[in-house]
Design a protein around this ligand. Structure first.
Ligand code: IDP
Ligand code: MG
Length: 135
């Protein structure tokens, strides 16, 4: 069993897609170990996306992540990190496979509905930062 960190981003929460996304998570065999609906702070978002600080869209991305509440989760499954990234689909919804969450619920590369950890180390860090009780 493996754990990963997931976010339902402000666009999807605002549009009322949280329930559909959570339904899909359970249907695809993940166990939700932790889940909170929170308004992130600027400090949290800047820390979380620090790796992207040099990218031209960093400020825009931070503003987007602060634009409303998000749902943060720890998901458990066999191969959870890859399974969750496969379920989300490509970063750009236009390039995502049919029936993936970003294809179904994302609007564009900035507003792409969900986040998922990309590797075991980032999954551990992200879980520890947002859910220290589950780390
Ligand atoms: P990922 O979320 O699929 O892991 P990353 O390359 O790690 O993709 O980028 C982090 C987030 O930054 C993306 O989910 C997306 O919301 C945002 N992003 C990536 N590229 C762009 C861009 O060109 N313009 C605006 N936002 C972007
Ligand atoms: Mg990433």
């Amino acid at each position: 069993m493996e754990n990963t960190f997931a976010i339902i981003k402000p666009d999807a929460v605002k549009a009322g897609y949280s329930g559909k996304i959570i339904d899909r998570i359970e249907h695809e065999g993940f166990t939700i170990l932790g889940m909170k609906k929170v308004q992130l702070t600027k400090a949290q978002v800047e820390h979380f996306y620090a790796i992207h600080k040099a990218r031209s869209f960093f400020g825009e991305m931070v503003d987007f992540m602060l634009s409303g509440p998000v749902i943060i989760m720890v998901l458990q499954r066999e191969n959870a990190i890859k399974a969750w990234r496969d379920l989300m689909g490509a970063t750009d919804p236009a390039k995502a496979e049919p029936n993936t969450l970003r294809k179904l619920y994302g609007a564009n590369v900035g507003s792409n509905a969900t986040h998922g950890s990309d590797a075991p180390e980032t999954a551990r860090e992200e879980v520890a930062y947002f859910f220290p009780e589950l780390a």
